[in-house]
Design a protein around this ligand. Structure first.
Ligand SMILES: [Zn+2]
Length: 133
């Protein structure tokens, strides 16, 4: 019987068992709601993906970042790589107070700046740490 990851997780959850979800290469991508805090390897993977704080122009030292759940844990958010958003402490606070907004574009977290800074409300990512540059 074929099951989607969601169906499998639901069945395992009801059975009081939760197991990680792996990608085709055997890398754990999702540990569901077993743990609220992102494990170190997931933080490093998100930092490798995004380079540093997601907010355009931010140059905070990557070692000092916080890791924010794209969907808040308190509202059912999952501890998974695609929802692990590196933010410096200042920008993390700004996300929580609604000054900055996070959205996803093609599975990646992007930032919407406040209207007075970006009237077009374009999703943006920080390019400061871009490997291409
Ligand atoms: Zn920042």
């Amino acid at each position: 019987m074929k099951l989607s990851a969601c169906e499998l997780r639901t069945m395992l959850c009801e059975a009081k068992v939760l197991s990680p979800i792996y990608n085709a290469d055997g890398v754990i991508m999702d540990i569901g709601r077993d743990a609220r805090l992102f494990p170190r390897w997931m933080k490093l993977a998100a930092r490798d993906r995004d380079g540093g704080c997601l907010v355009p122009g931010c140059t905070e030292e990557p070692a000092l970042l916080d890791y924010h759940h794209f969907k808040p844990w308190s509202k059912g958010g999952h501890t998974r790589l695609q929802d692990c958003c590196p933010l410096c402490r200042s920008h993390h606070v700004m996300v929580h107070n609604g000054y900055l907004r996070l959205v996803k574009v093609k599975g990646l977290p992007y930032v919407i700046l406040p209207k007075h800074l970006d009237p077009d409300q374009q999703p943006r990512r920080n390019t400061y740490f871009s490997r291409a540059g």
